[in-house]
Design a protein around this ligand. Structure first.
Ligand code: ZN
Length: 312
């Protein structure tokens, strides 16, 4: 066999060929590997910005956190995106209208326990005076003072408005205050109210007179002119809201030039007369919690209608 090997040496060339081929193959493979490595390696240097972009669609936080590009907005985007979605889903349609949340409604529950008969000018341009604030009318059936009823309905109105996303402030939440009508108007002015709602109840010599009405300032008064048009639009919307919820037509709108609370106002203002406390049936109805809630919801409907009409 050894001998055979000798002659076998005569077949050197095929062995060399195999060796040669395998060398060439190994070199080629190495070159290919090197090329591939070379091709892949430069990207990390040149394509760094792309790397986070690609990984942005996938795992993300870890991929971007160590990223050498701190200015990239990728982390906030990926971190905020899911949070924003859940925020939109959770608080429901109401809070989707952020404009409404910024609107401030001032509620002025009319009167107070002790009236103040000191005179004050009816308006900035007027020499005429009126008592600062009176204690209002009284229920012929309930014997309830008007200032009590006004605050009851105002509290319900406040709750309902807050539920709709409005900011609400009250001129009073107690009966034991001394705030004149001029001062109440100034409170709404200083607060920058989008709308001021004065809540009152009516009285009349005839026990038959009944029904709600909505008052607004007259453009014939110079100081009220800038707010007359928007106030009238709010009054009309609120009257509609009250009609809708009560099914009653009420007594309509009333333009007034004689109210201190209107003439001192620099913000749109309306006064809702809820009904007549001098009418026994209506007086009883006005103290019914269901009816009070109904009246409040009618006023809210009107405010929303006014806001959506773009008056604010
Ligand atoms: Zn009143």
């Amino acid at each position: 066999m050894e001998q055979d090997e000798v002659p076998g040496q005569g077949k050197r060339s095929p062995q060399r060929m195999i060796k040669l081929y395998s060398t060439v193959f190994a070199v080629a493979a190495a070159a290919l590997l090197f090329y591939l490595l070379l091709y892949d390696l430069p990207p990390p240097a040149g394509k760094l910005p792309d790397v986070p972009q690609q990984s942005r669609t996938q795992p993300e936080p870890e991929a971007v956190a160590p990223s050498p590009v701190p200015g990239q907005e990728a982390p906030p985007v990926s971190a905020a995106a899911p949070a924003e979605e859940s925020l939109v889903e959770t608080p429901a349609p109401e809070s989707v209208t952020p404009a409404r949340a910024a609107l401030l409604i001032v509620i002025d529950p009319g009167h107070q326990r002790k009236g103040n008969n000191e005179p004050e000018p009816v308006g900035p341009d007027s020499r005429a005076t009126k008592p600062k604030v009176t204690s209002g009318t009284v229920g012929v059936h309930t014997r309830k003072p008007e200032y009590v009823l006004n605050l009851e309905v105002s509290e319900l109105l406040k709750e309902q408005l807050i539920r709709q996303g409005y900011e609400v402030r009250m001129t009073r939440d107690s009966h034991d205050v001394d705030i004149s009508n001029k001062e109440r108007a100034k409170m709404a002015n200083e607060a920058g109210a989008a709308l001021s709602i004065r809540i009152h109840a009516d009285g009349d010599a005839s026990p038959k007179t009944k029904g709600f009405s909505v008052l607004y300032p007259s453009a014939s008064v110079a100081s009220a002119r800038p707010i007359a048009e928007s106030s009238k639009a709010a009054a009309a919307a609120i009257l509609n809201g009250l009609k809708e919820v009560t099914g009653s037509t009420g007594r309509g709108l009333s333009e007034r030039s004689d109210l201190s609370g209107f003439n001192w106002s620099e913000v749109p203002v309306v006064l809702v007369e809820l009904g007549f406390m001098t009418n026994p049936e209506e007086d009883a109805l006005l103290s019914d919690p269901d009816y009070q809630n109904k009246l409040a919801s009618g006023i809210v409907k009107g405010i929303m209608q006014y806001v959506e009409a773009g008056e604010l």
